[in-house]
Design a protein around this ligand. Structure first.
Ligand code: PSV
Ligand code: MN
Length: 394
């Protein structure tokens, strides 16, 4: 591998934006406890500061996903957009929250209670208004709806409620907006989830209308599932709307992307590279991170994820797709597989460092972050506030 990427690879990488999640910078926890970090964000402003730090170092993260109930400041959407703008960022996907309030104990749009279903739809309609006000085109929908016991709910009735709700929200979208439908096989429900897999998400999206697409959260698959096949299939159907990046070993583990299985992420990106070659243009999909770290320092984990995504994306762009097709046509399985393996084995870190440098960015964003003193400054500013706000900080 030469020390420089070809113009084509370098240009495609420059167009790869990765959205950061506001919830990735705040203190979060497991089901068993919340573990606090001195430098973790407390306020929306803190979260945006942290996201801006990742963007400053990587140049690849101009937008931040927000969760409506967690991130709307007193000044509402206008203040939200202004706070992002002041830091050189913009607000990206708007994530309604129809899972946190007590009324959603037994579901949101699939709740047996019509008043709760209404409230959930109204919240999503309000979220469309927030998207409009902040200039975001993306409503990202995830539902915790499901049941934990056989017999607890009617699959079909719930399916119809979902269909109606998504169609109503779709009808409220502006012409240039889109809604992404995320799936998850289980959790928090343990018997069935109303949008359990990509096929259900695609069916719901199709019923809702042309602005609805599928959101693939890489952590939301059963063990052994072939995610790159799903990605290729959805892309070919014009139904691939975006990603939530993370990695997993057992379930929805929220680990940094590529930490467990970088070859899988690479294969997903090869599927995208093939789809883009077929389309003759970049796919219109959102690349978003969905991770919330309790053990790793949060900003470091985000930088690691962004640089790993760039590395694996670059490796996927190195696959010689013409050679791959020729090998396939000749039923030369070994040569086909070697096309992937040799690209994956290429060390692109030097070329990426040179590419960053050419764009005025640090060659090694993680090292630059560690040397910057940002975390110590953030901790010094935030710790007193954290202590003053009480809680169990010790
Ligand atoms: C649910 O597990 C999920 O993946 C959804 O995308 C949520 O928006 C996100 O995590 C944060 O709760
Ligand atoms: Mn997700």
């Amino acid at each position: 591998m030469s020390r420089e990427f070809s113009g084509k690879i370098s240009d495609r990488l420059s167009r790869l934006s990765i959205e950061l999640p506001s919830w990735g910078f705040a203190d979060t926890g497991t089901r068993f406890g919340k573990y606090l970090q001195d430098a973790a964000a407390l306020t929306l402003e803190d979260k945006l500061d942290d996201a801006a730090e990742v963007h400053r170092l990587t140049g690849a993260c101009p937008s931040v996903a927000v969760h409506v109930l967690w991130d709307l400041p007193e000044g509402g959407a206008t203040a939200l957009a202004a706070a992002a703008r002041a830091r050189g960022l913009r607000i990206g996907s708007i994530n309604p929250n129809v899972f946190q309030d007590q009324c959603y104990r037994h579901g949101s749009v699939a709740n047996e209670d019509a008043a709760v279903r209404r409230r959930a739809v109204d919240h999503m309609l309000d979220s469309v208004a927030v998207a409009r006000a902040v200039g975001s085109r993306t409503l990202a929908l995830w539902f915790a709806d499901g049941t934990s016991y056989p017999g607890q709910g009617s699959f079909v009735r719930r399916k119809r409620w979902f269909t109606e709700a998504l169609a109503e929200v779709h009808a409220a979208l502006d012409r240039d907006m889109r809604m992404l439908v995320e799936y998850k096989p289980f959790e928090p429900a343990f018997y069935h989830t109303d949008i359990a897999d990509w096929g259900m998400a695609a069916a719901f999206a199709r019923h809702a209308g042309p602005k609805a697409k599928v959101l693939v959260d890489t952590g939301h698959h059963l063990p052994g599932q072939n995610i790159e096949h799903i990605v290729a299939f959805l892309a070919d159907e014009g139904m691939l709307g975006g990603f939530h990046f993370n990695d997993r070993h057992y379930a929805d583990d929220d680990l940094t992307t590529g930490s467990i299985d970088p070859y899988r992420v690479f294969r997903i990106f090869v599927a995208i590279a093939e789809a883009e070659r077929g389309a003759g243009r970049d796919l219109d999909i959102e690349y978003m991170v969905d991770q919330s770290h309790n053990e790793k320092p949060k900003i470091e984990a985000m930088i690691q994820t962004v640089t790993t995504v760039q590395e694996l994306f670059a490796k996927a762009l190195l696959v010689d797709l013409d050679r791959l097709d020729a090998a396939r046509a000749a039923n030369d399985i070994v040569a086909a597989e070697e096309c992937l393996k040799s690209a994956f084995a290429t060390d692109v870190r030097g070329a990426l460092a040179a590419w960053r440098e050419s764009r005025g960015l640090p060659r090694d964003p993680l090292a630059a972050h560690r040397a910057s003193g940002y975390v110590a400054r953030a901790a010094a500013a935030r710790l007193p506030r954290k202590k003053a706000s009480g809680g169990s900080y010790a």
